[in-house]
Design a protein around this ligand. Structure first.
Ligand code: S3P
Length: 460
């Protein structure tokens, strides 16, 4: 699906300032974790304000395959949960033998679609259960690196097979008795850390994951709510060590999911690039391991206001307003900041194009193995619009402040590129056609409706 977007302008000048309060869905990372921990827990986990989207539905399917029961209430007619939806996950802690019935080669298959989180955390969950499962995904997911998760799980005793020695899905995991490991991950990845912790919960002994810098800590926070506290230690060289005791039975919990900062990001950037514009999102997660975007927008001169700061289900939450400055300054992103805003770099690229100078993103080679190679995709697609964007091995150099005429871009099947390009329309002199816009359904099915808060004319 291609949509065409054009900014509504003030007498030929920049786009009109706006005061947006877009609806933003529940946090994707937290919804995945509530479902998957719920599947391992004794009792019924209640998930309020879940993200109901392509990716999180994949985790529901994986939970069901693992023997959990899933009930969705407050659905509208087409079976998709509206606002106020609640998911109930009744766990299957005493892993039963996988039911092979109905699957062609005797091994139940879970299609993880586009969802890296479902596949990687799912491997950790299934590694500790008897029976075999085959995990596959769409073209993008079948190209993404899996050995980073497969290697520690194998070291714990799981049997995992896949293409290229287990680097690429489809993967078949045969779980069973696991032993604890101490695993040093070369990348700061919450998916690796979480997969090992999920397996560690089911292992005998104490499992430790070491990561070079802190990645998002939603799993650690949520495990405490499920009765399995995690110990965290910052070592003198900056390594973060996270440890969990095995053999602990999780207890079902009630999880209220905050609004997703990674979804809100597109509206915060929209406000930041239009002088005097404002965007407010209430109840949005501001976990410091995720909130790097707000720091960068602030450093670039945007006003960032947090009100009603509170804790919701162990996660810091606030009502956040971002206001666009007269001139947005260029910015540099690198080092420890990168894992705290890794998913926001497509949105930040839009901010960089609006800034008065050159912005640089470094130390972000992980972008090359996301839903697309986001360094290459951003470089090539933004160049189609006349932007000066230089690809670096581990990031991007983006020249801001140039007038851009508009044109056509492809989302390349990547939800965050689709949303970034839609917001970019605010900066362009002419309309932009975004091909493959339907990718937004992976994380933000209502994005088009929320986009009505911005001064954009949109044609499907
Ligand atoms: C996620 C972790 C990040 C992020 C992804 C979601 C998670 O990936 O990019 O969108 O929910 O744990 P990595 O853990 O690979 O860095």
């Amino acid at each position: 699906m291609t949509i065409v977007l054009a900014a509504r302008r003030r007498n030929g000048a920049g786009p009109s300032a706006f005061d947006a309060a877009p609806a933003v869905p529940g946090d994707k990372s937290i919804t995945h974790r509530a479902v998957l921990l719920g599947a391992l827990a004794r009792g019924t986990t209640v998930v309020a304000n879940p993200l109901d989207a392509g990716d999180t539905r994949r985790s529901l399917a994986l939970a069901r395959a693992a023997g959990a029961e899933v009930r969705i209430t407050d659905c509208d007619e087409d079976g998709h949960a509206g606002t106020g939806a609640v998911w109930r996950i009744t766990g299957a802690p005493g892993a039963r033998e996988a039911e092979a019935a109905g699957s062609p080669n005797g091994t139940p298959t879970v299609d993880c679609g586009n969802s890296g989180t479902t596949m990687r955390l799912g491997l950790g969950l299934l590694a500790g259960r008897p029976g075999a499962f085959r995990l596959t995904g769409d073209d993008s997911l079948r190209r993404r690196p899996m050995l980073r998760v497969v290697a520690p799980l194998r070291a714990m005793g799981a049997e995992i097979r896949g293409r290229r020695g287990g680097e690429l899905a489809p993967l078949t995991v045969r779980g069973g008795r696991l032993r604890a490991v101490a695993w040093r991950s070369p990348v700061a990845s919450a998916q690796v850390k979480s997969a090992v912790l999920l397996a560690g919960l089911q292992a005998s002994g104490r499992t430790v994951v070491l990561e070079p810098t802190a990645s998002r800590d939603h799993t650690e926070r949520m495990l405490a709510a499920f009765g399995a506290p995690v110990e965290r230690e910052l070592l003198p060289d900056g390594t973060v060590a996270v440890a969990v005791e095995g053999g602990r039975m999780l207890r079902a919990a009630c999880v209220t999911v905050p609004a997703d900062l990674s979804a809100a990001a597109f509206f915060f950037v929209a406000a930041a690039v239009v002088p005097g514009a404002r965007a407010t999102v209430r109840g949005v997660g501001v976990n410091p391991t995720r909130a790097g975007l707000l720091e960068v927008l602030k450093a670039a001169g945007a006003e960032v206001h947090l009100r009603a700061e509170r804790q919701v289900g162990g996660e810091p939450v606030a009502d956040v307003t971002v206001t666009g400055p007269e001139r947005l300054r260029p910015f540099e992103v690198g080092g420890d900041l990168v894992p705290r805003l890794i998913d926001e770099i497509p949105a930040l690229a839009v901010a960089a194009l609006a800034a008065c100078g050159t912005s640089v993103v470094r130390d972000a080679a992980e972008l090359r193995v996301k839903e697309t190679d986001r360094i290459r995709s951003l470089g090539q697609e933004l160049a189609k619009l006349g932007a000066r964007v230089e690809e670096l091995p581990d990031g991007l150099r983006i020249e801001g402040g140039r007038r851009l005429p508009g044109g056509s871009v492809s989302a390349r099947g990547d939800h965050r590129l689709a949303m970034a390009f839609a917001v970019l329309a605010l900066l362009l002199d002419g309309p932009v056609a975004v091909e493959g816009f339907e990718a937004v359904a992976v994380s933000f099915p209502g994005f088009l409706r929320s986009l009505a808060e911005l001064p954009l004319d949109v044609r499907a």
